[in-house]
Write a protein that binds this ligand. Structure first.
Ligand SMILES: NC(=O)c1ccc[n+]([C@@H]2O[C@H](COP(=O)([O-])OP(=O)(O)OC[C@H]3O[C@@H](n4cnc5c(N)ncnc54)[C@H](OP(=O)(O)O)[C@@H]3O)[C@@H](O)[C@H]2O)c1
Length: 324
């Protein structure tokens, strides 16, 4: 089955509606020890399953294990026989406690970690740089002009910051391609705070992270609350795992199950499909996976279509839950 590709923003990057989030490949390195270490052959299997299922792009970041996720991604893509240009790679610069000048000083490290794969999309991970939005955007534009990166995205930017970055880059003749933000059927803030509408207006793609609410939308914690005990460290204290939150989202999980049954699919596949279908081509999603079976299952979300009745029904049921 051929999966129709989508253009990322106003770039020439054509991506599948689902990409693979690679935060899970951090291998417990760096300061962000959110996910447990994965066996290297499991990482290879996750990437192989994603490629086999048709996925053509991957999202990683400097902050994911201090470059470890980037190195793992490059290693396993090469092991899978992929060459530069065969896939699209997105990574991110971490602005925390840094100035815009750091973007140019650290780009060669990012290039080394991903080598031989080029950086197709370089994103500013958060708007928290010490420097202004304008200065960071200009530092990114300089990388495009120097041909160190192919295109520019941001992440976790609010509407105003996104508009400013778009404007500064447009004056440099470079499009702002994407804003990577938290978006799922349980977290629809971008529909109310102006981000989604502004992105549609400006031709900026939304890259939806945590699209399965870190496993909650699979229904596995509703079906077996004891499964929470296996969740690693910091992640377990996230609000969406609490008893009350799980009780509130139960009706949505039941609705996902009903829709899934009609499509011979799973609740997680329906949740991913809804996310990239409900707003036309404005949104693409990047579920993460810690097991081959999860990656295999998630790519199959691209093998069926949800009709208007299913899209609307899930919209209505999730709407009261979206005020978090
Ligand atoms: N820009 C940012 O600030 C930002 C923030 C967060 C994430 N991201 C990006 O977005 C990607 C995805 O976000 P995320 O990892 O936070 O959340 P997610 O994709 O909603 O959840 C991933 C987790 O859900 C579980 N899962 C996934 N598929 C499953 C399936 N088919 N069946 C059962 N469980 C399944 C796994 O949990 P277990 O490992 O427990 O099995 C997996 O580790 C990340 O990898 C990263 O690239 C970016």
């Amino acid at each position: 089955m051929t999966i129709p590709l989508r253009r990322l923003g106003k770039s020439d990057l054509m991506v599948t509606p689902i990409g693979l989030g690679c935060w899970q490949f951090s291998q417990n390195r760096g300061w962000n020890k959110y996910w447990p270490t994965l066996p290297e052959d499991e990482i290879e299997a996750i990437v192989a399953a994603s490629l086999d299922g048709g996925i053509n792009w991957f999202d990683t970041a400097e902050a994911y294990g201090g470059g470890e996720s980037e190195r793992q991604l490059s290693r396993v893509l090469q092991k899978a026989g992929r060459r530069p240009g065969d896939v699209i790679v997105a990574t991110k610069w971490m602005p925390f406690l840094r100035r815009a000048g750091n973007i140019g000083r650290t780009i060669d490290r990012r290039i080394d970690c991903l080598s031989p794969f080029p950086i197709d999309l370089y994103q500013i991970h958060t708007p928290d740089s010490i420097s202004s939005t304008e200065k960071t955007a200009l530092a990114m534009a300089a990388l495009v002009k120097a041909k160190k990166i192919r295109s520019i995205g941001v992440s976790n930017y609010g509407e105003k910051e996104m508009r400013r970055a778009h404007h500064v880059l447009a004056e440099e003749g470079v499009p702002l391609v994407s804003n990577q933000v938290h978006y799922s059927l349980l977290h629809r803030l971008i529909e109310r705070n102006g981000i989604l509408n502004a992105a549609k207006e400006l031709g900026i793609s939304i890259l939806a992270y945590s699209p399965l609410e870190q496993g909650v939308l699979t229904g596995r914690f509703h079906d077996d609350p004891a499964a929470l005990k296996a969740v690693h460290g910091l992640r377990r204290v996230r609000s969406f795992y609490r008893g009350q939150a799980l009780r509130r989202s139960r009706d949505l999980i039941e609705a996902l199950k009903q829709v899934a049954e009609r499509h011979a699919a799973t609740p997680a596949q329906v949740a991913l499909n809804w996310l990239y279908s409900f707003h036309g081509e404005a949104v693409v999603v990047i579920p993460g996976a810690s097991k081959r079976t999860q990656a295999e299952s998630n790519v199959r979300a691209m093998t069926f279509s949800l009709g208007p009745a299913d899209l609307d029904c899930l919209n209505e049921i999730s709407r009261p839950l979206m005020d978090r």
